[in-house]
Write a protein that binds this ligand. Structure first.
Ligand SMILES: [Fe+2]
Ligand SMILES: [Fe+2]
Length: 329
């Protein structure tokens, strides 16, 4: 067991991804883009400090650091779960929560890189100001989740293979709107729903407060993606749009698979094959994974990207119902 844990915690070399962008420099300063300007003003007005606004001396419950109900665990209610004693159940919570927040933390770092790219390469100055504001938000989220994972959780995990692939495609794309789509809509859309679930279900006031603050910041980033991309896709030709639809379909499938958390079973001495099969066939786990798509799917519809190919993927994932839902506030 110890050897497995050390392996998980082993620091790997930093990943290096390459991209090149055009840097835009405005020569006139026009702040008449009402929607993006309002978002930028909101960003400035809603800053907070991880170091001084959060009481880091607060102790989390050692057996259930995030204070989440067991019903949210992927193998809850299975024979494997039912046979576990209290110590075994705490171990499942540790790995599950450590994995989830580690993935979120890696995503936050990728979001900071994407925001830097957008702050350089968005043609509109208003969009670049929003992205510049997002950079400090993402830096704050790295600090918050970094401290939570390092100091408050018993275990951390490297990026899942699925997430790494999606983030690489998103960051290195030569098409700026695809960086925007991959990060601000796909990854942020999923993260936002996950944060909403943590805020709704966690019994821990520290976690609720911290994640609510981050959720408010993320809602602005998601809004920025929606506003800028709805404009881009309204003008885009069918051939170019097809490439974006393919990206959405593959990205949604990747994220759905990623949420199965296949990496956590072996380090606990459980069968990866058995648990992965269990998770994919569990009604509870599937309905939880589906619910994480509740923001993403109506947004894709709103952007005009709900092609037959994307519709088919959403149907296979069991999330197409959300396409009929109004955009959440
Ligand atoms: Fe973030
Ligand atoms: Fe974000």
């Amino acid at each position: 067991m110890q050897a497995a844990l050390e392996q998980i915690l082993d620091d790997s070399q930093p990943i290096k991804w390459n991209f090149s962008v055009d840097a835009y420099m405005a020569e006139t300063y026009d702040f008449s883009d009402h929607d993006l300007n309002a978002l930028y003003q909101k960003t400035k007005a809603n800053q907070w400090d991880v170091n001084t606004d959060i009481d880091w001396s607060y102790e989390l419950n050692a057996d259930n650091p995030l204070g989440m109900p067991d019903g949210t665990l992927l193998i809850y209610g299975s024979d494997i779960w039912n046979k576990l004693d209290d110590k075994g159940r705490a171990e499942i919570r540790h790995h599950s929560q450590g994995w989830t927040l580690s993935q979120v933390l890696h995503g936050e770092q990728a979001a900071m890189i994407c925001a830097a790219k957008l702050a350089t390469a968005e043609e509109s100055l208003s969009a670049r100001l929003c992205a510049a504001g997002q950079m400090i938000d993402e830096a704050r989220h790295i600090e918050a989740f970094g401290r939570l994972v390092n100091d408050k959780l018993p275990i951390s995990y490297p990026m899942s293979k699925a997430l790494k692939g999606l983030l690489e495609d998103t960051i290195t794309s030569s098409k700026l709107d695809m960086t925007n789509l991959g990060m601000q809509v796909l990854v942020e859309g999923i993260a936002l729903s996950l944060f909403q679930s943590i805020v709704a279900y966690s019994k821990d006031p520290f976690i609720k407060d911290l994640v609510s603050r981050i959720q408010r910041d993320e809602a602005r980033h998601f809004a920025m993606g929606r506003i800028t991309l709805c404009r881009v896709y309204k003008e885009m030709s069918g051939t170019e749009r097809k490439e974006r639809e393919e990206f959405v379909a593959e990205g949604a499938y990747t994220l759905y698979e990623h949420l199965c958390a296949d990496d956590i079973w072996e380090p606990m001495g459980l069968s990866k094959k058995e648990c992965s099969h269990l998770v994919r066939n569990s009604e509870v786990a599937n309905s939880m994974r589906r619910s994480i798509f509740r923001r993403l799917v109506p947004t894709i519809r709103e952007m005009g990207l709900l092609s037959p190919r994307v519709r088919d993927t959403f149907e296979k994932l069991g999330v197409l119902d959300y396409a009929a839902m109004p955009m959440p506030a």
